[in-house]
Design a protein around this ligand. Structure first.
Ligand code: FES
Length: 78
């Protein structure tokens, strides 16, 4: 059941204008694109007709959720 839920989530279109799916966005986040601007450069999210009005908050929520579940260890200043 959990796998089916994940598959459905992965194919959900988050950036409707550019038809970019949640799975594509999450893969890019996991590869290190941790800001909306980084995802815009890498995938083109937010570059459609609505100029990110419909997708920006949904994408930023996914980035925040990923960061919250993958906290980084603070590094000491060099
Ligand atoms: S939904 Fe992403 S640019 Fe319009």
């Amino acid at each position: 059941m959990e796998i089916k839920k994940q598959l459905l989530e992965d194919i959900k279109k988050v950036c409707l204008c550019r038809s970019i799916k949640a799975g594509t966005i999450m893969a890019a986040i996991k590869e290190g694109s941790l800001t909306f601007e980084a995802l815009r450069r890498k995938l083109g999210v937010g570059t459609g007709n609505c100029k990110a009005k419909r997708c920006r908050s949904k994408i930023e929520d996914r980035i925040k959720s990923y960061k919250d579940s993958h906290p980084t260890t603070p590094t000491a200043p060099q």
